[in-house]
Design a binder for this molecule. Sequence first.
Ligand SMILES: Nc1nc2c(c(=O)[nH]1)N[C@H]1C(S)=C(S)[C@@H](COP(=O)(O)OP(=O)(O)OC[C@H]3O[C@@H](n4cnc5c(=O)[nH]c(N)nc54)[C@H](O)[C@@H]3O)O[C@H]1N2
Ligand SMILES: Nc1nc2c(c(=O)[nH]1)N[C@H]1C(S)=C(S)[C@@H](COP(=O)(O)OP(=O)(O)OC[C@H]3O[C@@H](n4cnc5c(=O)[nH]c(N)nc54)[C@H](O)[C@@H]3O)O[C@H]1N2
Ligand SMILES: [Mo]
Length: 670
Amino acid sequence: MAEWRRSVCPFDCPDACGMLVEVEQGRALSVKGDPDHFHNRGTLCPKMAHYERSVHAEARLKTPLRRTGPKGEGRFEPISWDSALDEIAQRWKAILAQWGGEAILPYSYAGTMGLVQRNAGHPFFHKLGASRLDRTICTPAKGAGQAAVLGATPAPDPEAVLSADLVVLWGLHALATNLHGFQLVREARRRGAKVWAVETYRTATTDQVDHVLLVRPGTDGVLAAGVMHLMVENGALDETFLAQHVEGFEAFAREVLPQFPPAVVAARTGVDEAALRAFAQAYGAALNPQIQVGGGITRYGNGAMTTRLILCLPALQGAYLKPAGGAFLGTSTSGAVSMQQLLREDFQARPTRLVNMNQLGAALDPGADGPVKSLYVYHSNPAAVAPDQGAVRAGLLREDLFTVVHERFLTDTARYADLVLPATSSLEHPDLYRAYGHYGLQRVRAAIQPVGESRSNWATFQALAARMGFEESLFRQSEEEIIDALLSGPNPWLDGADPSDLAEGRVVRLSPPGGRPPFGTPSGKVEILNPREPEPLPRPLPSHSEGDPHPLALVTAPSLYSLNSTFHEREDLPARKIASTLRLSPEDAAARGIAGGEVVLAFNGLGEVKLVAEVTDRVPKGVAVVEGVAWSAFSKGRATVNALTSQRLTDRGGGSTFYDNRIEVKLFPA
Ligand SMILES: Nc1nc2c(c(=O)[nH]1)N[C@H]1C(S)=C(S)[C@@H](COP(=O)(O)OP(=O)(O)OC[C@H]3O[C@@H](n4cnc5c(=O)[nH]c(N)nc54)[C@H](O)[C@@H]3O)O[C@H]1N2
Ligand SMILES: Nc1nc2c(c(=O)[nH]1)N[C@H]1C(S)=C(S)[C@@H](COP(=O)(O)OP(=O)(O)OC[C@H]3O[C@@H](n4cnc5c(=O)[nH]c(N)nc54)[C@H](O)[C@@H]3O)O[C@H]1N2
Ligand SMILES: [Mo]
């Protein structure tokens, strides 16, 4: 008899959807959205609707593996856990003795968002004295820009958007990346809100909005300044709000905005003057607008500054005190669970060096300061998702680098490993989940037995700790005990939550403290002028690639049918085909003699990638688009899209600049 168990989608998406799993004899037969979950209300995205196909995929790793062929080729033999763990401990002890702990580098990101499994390596690597990884591959520039203007001001509830009369999706592919947040936007639209999208090309999201502004990649700061220039000109300002709750508006209006009249803005952004005026008019006149800021604008050399400029718009509008809250950049629930008891920074003898994860290629360079002799990768796939793939893969090829990869599948990264360890999927281990798109917290038990000999991140680090002789009692606690500890003690975020809901795996609503005003900045105001920033007044910055002579801006956007490099194991999803496709405008294709379906070479100073051209007027001239991050195995050539992206960082926050690269394209020589 099958029974239904509660679980959560573990992946890196704002929604953290509640799911029900149909289990029979230790196998997951099917999944469906949990109808009792307040955010996803019974629906799942197309990727997760058949999660059981990923969990029980033929390609799941079932035993530890040792490499038998050259690095990168993917030839391995099965070995036992004991011999894998012994070998790791022996190699690491030798490296510690000869090179010191900093020669060992952990590399992880967000294969699972569960608080225990995601952070399972921290106490271990702190104790080991390994190099620390600065986990900045996603959108820290957005956080830095937000912090500069709003400090720690709590985000509005996601449902606040239902009251809005105008919504702007700014660099947010909500239909793909935040489906259930987008359902709220669609509901607001049904109630009469006008929805605008600011994008670089036409997406499935822009098909469902009222107005689309296509901006030249990386120029949104100029666009925002141009809108504010017109708001000043139109007198569409909330003078009372500006006087009471904003720092630095006069200086901004005097020193920055005059440089951005419509003609200048149209020329730099590619948005024509009439559209710019219509947007400024609509935004200025709205009674209760909300801007949703996505990741798209932040993956540029100017990402933090662009975020600051966009967040000035609701200040001029007075929207920050209106019911929709002015701006939504995701919920901030990091205060909800105190993680120190798991992270254990106190296990470090001293803070070791910090390696920016976007610069893995540089860190693995044999000439780098302080060599990396061993890399331990868990729930991440840097050979595919990290920028400057050529440098990353050259590093992974080093014979003197001892690489261990803990994975569910033989990913591009795992193919370079000396040892591969099989990982559980989220249905096979317990965890605790919070979201970045709603205020829910959910505790999940394992729904099925581990597939094959796979072990969870925590169980693997426990075994490694035992091999390394670490005696701290934390390493002997079970996952369930750690979750109990994380949930114990007084916690105002859990006021009103029923402990039995948590214990039984139902989602509970968190109560985030605070409201506004005052705003969570030192001045208590919205800080257009922030004296603690290197640039106290926001003013548009050029992106890194402005001036790069390669003619096409490469936007490596998210795909509806994958999540970064996850879900490419699934033949039933079109992820593989999409990630191998380069979309070009008819003008750019014609100028190069390229027709749809032809194999092309996209290249720049960093590398070259073989892709299949799709010619479409949904992409404007001067832009090239690849959606998703492919696996080499399902690509035209070995290199995939990140062979074209650079290790350069954002202006603030040390973030990735995946969209800030230029390329040229030519027909692949027959
Ligand atoms: N289906 C699916 N869902 C996902 C993911 C996925 O890969 N697939 N990834 C997950 C992760 S890790 C994250 S961080 C989030 C990110 O999700 P989002 O917040 O949506 O951000 P991005 O994916 O960076 O990009 C959103 C859009 O920004 C556009 N864009 C690029 N450059 C610019 C620009 O200069 N200006 C403007 N206005 N727009 C620009 C892109 O074309 C893209 O459509 O989504 C998560 N959810
Ligand atoms: N070109 C380009 N590159 C990008 C992006 C882009 O937009 N364009 N987006 C970037 C962004 S926003 C992000 S956040 C990063 C994401 O980078 P990653 O976090 O590395 O994301 P994934 O590609 O999803 O790889 C996660 C891996 O974890 C494995 N996994 C899942 N669960 C577990 C588990 O419990 N234990 C273990 N050990 N493994 C597990 C999965 O099988 C999968 O291979 O990629 C970045 N790369
Ligand atoms: Mo991300």
